[in-house]
Design a protein around this ligand. Sequence first.
Ligand code: ADP
Ligand code: MG
Length: 302
Amino acid sequence: MNIAILSRNSNLYSTRRLLEAAEERGHKARILDHLKCDIIIEQNNPLIYYKGEQINDIDAIIPRIGASVTFYGSAVVRQFEMMNVFTTTNSQALVRSRDKLRSLQLLARSGVGLPKTAFTNYSKEEKNLVEVVGGAPLVIKLLEGTQGVGVVLAETKKAAQSVIEAFHNLKARVIVQEFIKEAKAADIRAFVVNGEVVGAMKRQGKEGEFRSNLHQGGSATVVKLSRAEKSAALKATQAMGLSIAGVDMLQSSRGPLILEVNSSPGLEGIEKATNVDIAGKIIQYIETNQPKTQPRRKKISH
Ligand code: ADP
Ligand code: MG
């Protein structure tokens, strides 16, 4: 098969591993920078040009779209979909996953556990918001944040109210969330490929830090998930319409609580912690879902 990895940087661990895994399994693979793809729209004739070259021999794409380029990246994925190219991440699911509020609403409907969360249009009712999610301590998160940046723990009601007020005055949107103390500054990342948890790790925040993000100095170890945790990860992935996802959850006294579902989950932390060839699992997923192109490839090799 001809596989394209949509990535802005060929030196990234995840990009390199996917390329390697595709080649190891006998496929032709290349990296396309989605921001350098031109989209041509015409009746019944969707086209993509890459640095001036028409792209028409791709059987499957693996989108690795960063949060800052979701708009254009998802349009490129959509164009490949128009061209009947198989994608490991559906364009609509990608867009959906990038909206924290919409994601939480969908997840809540699917019945998975979530920390109690409030979101408002810059409400002046800070006091009520704080009470609704259970009082202090509580977590305040910038809606647009990633990698732990913009996630604040407010220890008292007063502190919580002032932080919410400050963000709102800056016209920064925040979500206000119940603090899950029992998680003990750790969270779980479950990597899902095609309806199966293929690897899971526990991330522990460094000393004195409640955020477990590796980017904030957290450390990762392999973990065996309980049945409830596995089921929550699969349900959350399905609710988002994703086939590949990194599902983050907290271990609480009332079971697993989903924090977020990542549509371009990194491979480095999880492969190193678990020793599982996750890149290979992704390529395998493409192989099992790509019957359409098999006859064409056969014909060419005759
Ligand atoms: P980001 O998208 O920036 O990673 P997260 O919502 O994943 O934001 O929060 C970052 C980290 O902060 C989590 O991995 C977790 O360790 C901690 N955290 C987030 N929300 C809560 C919460 N409600 N209770 C306890 N810890 C939390
Ligand atoms: Mg996170």
